[in-house]
Ligand binder design. Structure first.
Ligand code: PLP
Length: 384
C-alpha cells in the first residue's frame, strides 16, 4: 500500500510537472517575479471559471479577508458576525481591524453557520456577516443573503475551503462559492483544494467600484503611482505562484470530483455504523452527486458519537496514519477572543463538535486500498 498522507501534493505535482517547471523556468529567465503576465492571466482565467466579474489576487487567504473588510469601509466598533467553528483567521482579521467579532453557533449536520443564531446576534451595530463555507460546502446562502438584505448587512464569504463548490439556490440557479455575497475571499495555501507552492490568496466581487477600491488597497492604497488615497497594505500573489495556479486551475473540477469519489467510498464503508456520523451534504441533493458539485470535500469529517474520538486519534497515531481534528477548541473559548457577551449555553453545537469531529485523509490521489485500510481502522476501533 502507498503511504497514506493527509494531503498528497507530490502526486498532483507529477501530473503537471512539465508545465509548472517550464513556467517557473521562464519566470526565472525573465525576472518578472511580481505582477508578471501569469498573474494577470490567472486572474482572467479564475474570473471566467468562477463566473465573477473581478478577481483581485493577493498574498494569502487571511489578507484576502482583511482587505475585503477594509474595502467595505467597516469602522472600529462595527459588529461582524461569524461562525464559532472555523479556522482562527476568520475572526483574527475582524479583531485586527478593531471591528467587534460576534461569534455564533453552527449547524450540527453541515458544520456551517446557523442562520437562526445569526439572526439572534444582530444588533444596531451589526454591519456584516462572514459565512465560512466550511470543509468544502456552502453555508445556507439563500437564508443568509435574505437576512443580510433585510438588515442591510454586507456578506463576506470566507471561501478558503470551498473553491469550485456550487451553491444551488431555491429557484434552481447555481453560483460558485465565494461569488454570492458582496465580496468573497479564498486561500491558495498548498493544502487547500486549489493550492499553490507557497502562500497565495484572492478576493472576488461583482461590484466594479469595490473591485477598484480593493485593487488599490492591496497595493499600498495607490490608485495613481505614489498617490496614496487610502490606507492600504502590501499583499501580492507572486508570478511563480500564479504560474502554478494556472497549471492547476484547468484541473480543479477533476480534483473536486476525485475528492467527491473518495468521500462516496468513505460514506459507503461507514453506512449503518451506529457511532459514526458521516458528513451531510445539503444544497438540493440528498447525497453526494456528481451533477451538482455542491461539496468539494476540503475535509472529510466524521462525528464519533460514543466518546471514543480522542482515543481514535491516538489509535491513528499508533498506526502511523494521519488524521486531523478541525477544530479542537471553539473560537469563543480562545484566550484572544474571549468576550463577556458570550454564554456557553449559546454554543451547544460547537461545544459538542469539538469533542466528536475527526477528519480523515482526503486528497485527489487516495486509492481504494488506502480507503479500505482507513475505514477498517475506524470501524474496528470505534466498535471495539
Ligand atoms: C486557510 C484558511 C484561511 C486562511 O488562509 P491563509 O492563506 O492560510 O491565510 C482563512 N479561513 C479559513 C476558513 C481557512 O481554512
Amino acid at each position: 500500500m502507498k503511504k497514506i498522507q493527509m494531503v498528497d501534493l507530490n502526486g498532483q505535482y507529477h501530473a503537471i510537472k512539465e508545465q509548472v517547471n517550464d513556467s517557473i523556468a521562464n519566470i526565472l529567465e525573465t525576472s518578472a517575479f511580481i505582477n508578471g503576465s501569469d498573474v494577470k492571466e490567472f486572474q482572467k482565467e479564475l474570473e471566467e471559471y468562477l463566473g465573477v466579474k473581478h478577481v483581485i489576487p493577493c498574498g494569502n487567504g487571511t489578507d484576502a479577508l482583511q482587505i475585503a473588510m477594509m474595502g467595505l469601509g467597516l469602522k472600529a466598533g462595527d459588529e461582524v458576525i461569524t461562525a464559532d467553528f472555523t479556522f482562527a483567521a476568520t475572526v483574527e482579521v475582524i479583531a485586527l481591524l478593531q471591528l467587534t467579532p460576534v461569534l455564533v453557533d453552527v449547524e450540527p449536520d453541515t458544520f456551517n453557520i446557523d442562520v437562526a443564531a445569526i439572526e439572534r446576534a444582530i444588533t444596531s451595530k451589526t454591519k456584516a456577516i462572514v459565512p465560512v463555507h466550511l470543509f468544502g460546502q456552502c453555508a445556507n446562502m439563500d437564508a443568509i443573503l435574505e437576512l443580510a438584505e433585510k438588515h442591510k448587512l454586507y456578506v463576506i464569504e470566507d471561501n478558503a475551503q470551498a473553491i469550485g463548490a456550487n451553491h444551488t439556490f431555491k429557484d434552481g440557479k447555481k453560483q460558485k462559492a465565494g461569488t454570492m455575497g458582496h465580496v468573497g475571499s479564498t486561500s491558495f495555501f498548498p493544502s487547500k483544494n486549489l493550492g499553490c507552492y507557497g502562500d497565495g490568496g484572492a478576493i472576488f466581487t461583482n461590484d466594479d467600484d469595490l473591485a477598484h477600491t480593493l485593487r488599490g488597497i492591496v497595493n499600498h492604497g495607490m490608485y495613481l503611482r505614489y498617490h496614496h488615497d487610502v490606507v492600504g497594505v502590501n499583499s501580492r500573489l507572486d508570478s511563480i505562484q500564479a504560474a502554478v495556479l494556472r497549471a492547476k486551475l484547468p484541473k480543479l473540477d477533476e480534483y473536486c470530483s476525485a475528492r467527491r469519489n473518495a468521500a462516496k467510498k468513505y460514506n459507503k464503508a461507514f453506512e449503518g455504523q451506529e457511532h459514526i456520523v458521516t458528513p451531510k451534504t445539503v444544497n438540493g441533493c440528498s447525497g453526494i452527486c456528481d451533477t451538482c458539485d455542491c461539496h468539494v470535500f476540503h475535509q472529510y469529517t466524521l462525528k464519533i458519537t460514543n466518546g471514543k474520538r480522542d482515543a481514535l486519534v491516538e489509535h491513528f497515531k499508533e498506526n502511523g496514519i494521519p488524521c486531523g481534528v478541525y477544530y479542537p477548541i471553539p473560537l469563543h473559548r480562545q484566550k484572544a477572543y474571549l468576550d463577556n457577551r458570550y454564554n456557553e449555553a449559546d454554543f451547544p453545537v460547537t461545544n459538542q463538535l469539538v469533542k466528536e469531529v475527526i477528519s480523515l485523509p482526503m486528497h485527489t490521489e487516495l486509492d481504494d486500498e488506502q480507503i479500505n485500510h482507513i475505514t477498517s481502522l475506524v470501524i474496528d476501533f470505534v466498535n471495539g
